[in-house]
Design a protein around this ligand. Structure first.
Ligand code: ADP
Ligand code: MG
Length: 340
């Protein structure tokens, strides 16, 4: 039995549905990421689970128990939002004790738990600080500590790192993951950033327009996107319609479905490679963009533009206008569905 079950969830705010029949199961102890573009319904789904929104149709189960009509407070769910939502007029320790006082725990127990949770996020020495005296990253750590100090059954994290700068964000990603594993707490993490989703998750649920496009492990979703949308959103695949595929490869045997090709499987070279089981594609470099240790070329082939990635080595850079050959293994051409 799964730990959390969403059964055919429909939700609309005014007329158009925002969630369109979501069926989703989350296993105990896993970190599941809801990934998708802004407005696809990620926060709405979390808020329905937390009891902050009512669903029009469908049921939500936690440990097999139907919680659809339960009050938010009775659900034992901890949540962290993108904005640092700490009470500004309370110290860190007071912020964290707040939920425990509502639970009517004794003073000694509250102190112990607050100290333990603060240690877990590495902020033992900030117990008496006010939120305004902390950096954004520290405030989010406190928000996380405040969520786990109540020992919730489920932890919901709604883009908790979106407002945090890139370097610190990487640290916090691994910190969240470490704490989540240490506590073995079932967690749903929301992000619109595919790299973050890849790093953090046991499984990724890709949402688009209120529907699930694909649900898989990070590796499976990256290597085997099911739809055009998944291919474009996760691996920045080149997605070619059957006719375009024919124009690019010269293959007269057109595929039935669109074809997705990852930029890093297009090997770029001056000369034709002529390897078995591959297409040799001649084209012209029209652009190149450095992306960290990778250089992404845009290559035009019979009116179709392809992205091709190479490791960024200064001795093999092709100028715009260069005639090049792309070598593409046939097994790296994936058929994808038009939509779900
Ligand atoms: P995401 O978190 O994926 O960016 P949301 O779940 O916040 O998306 O929103 C999904 C859609 O629902 C959006 O079109 C948004 O404008 C709409 N929406 C969200 N909250 C409300 C609300 N309280 N009232 C009306 N529309 C809303
Ligand atoms: Mg959101």
């Amino acid at each position: 039995m799964s730990y959390i079950t969403f059964k055919n969830i429909w939700k609309s705010y005014d007329k158009d549905p925002v969630l369109k029949g979501i069926d989703l199961e989350v296993e105990e102890g896993e970190l599941l990421t809801l990934l998708g573009p802004s407005g696809c319904g990620k926060s709405t789904l979390l808020r329905c689970l937390a009891g902050l929104e009512h669903v029009q149709q469908g049921r939500i189960l936690l440990e097999g128990r139907d919680i659809t009509d339960l009050d938010a407070r009775q659900r034992q769910i901890g949540m962290v939002f993108q904005q640092y939502s700490l009470f500004p007029n309370m110290t860190v320790a007071q912020n964290m004790a707040f939920g425990l006082k509502i639970q009517r725990l004794g003073k000694a127990e509250i102190n112990d738990r607050v100290r333990e949770a603060l240690a877990m996020v590495g902020l033992q020495d900030k117990a008496d600080a006010y939120p305004a005296q902390l950096s954004g990253g520290q405030q989010q750590r406190v928000a996380l500590a405040r969520a786990i100090v109540t020992r919730p059954k489920v932890l919901l994290l709604d883009e908790p790192l979106s407002a945090i700068d890139a370097k610190l964000r990487k640290n916090l990603q691994s910190e969240i993951r470490r704490i989540q594993k240490q506590l073995n707490i079932t967690t749903i993490f929301v992000t619109h950033d595919q790299d973050e989703a890849m790093v953090m998750s046991d499984r990724i649920c890709l949402l688009n327009g209120g529907k699930i496009e694909q649900m898989d492990t990070p590796i499976a979703i990256y290597t085997h996107p099911r739809t055009k949308f998944a291919a474009g959103f996760i691996g920045s695949y080149n997605v070619l319609e059957p006719l375009e595929f024919g124009r690019v490869t010269g293959d007269i045997d057109l595929p039935a479905q669109p074809i997705a090709i990852r930029p890093e499987v297009l090997n770029i070279a001056r000369e034709k490679q002529g390897l078995p089981g591959t297409y040799d594609i001649q084209g012209t470099v029209i652009d190149s963009t450095p992306r960290g240790n990778v250089l992404r070329y845009k290559v035009e082939v019979n009116g179709v533009q392809l992205a091709a990635d190479t490791l960024f080595r200064s001795f093999s850079i092709y100028e715009n206008g260069s005639k090049v050959w792309l070598s593409l293994e046939k097994r790296n051409c994936l058929q994808v569905e038009e939509a779900v």
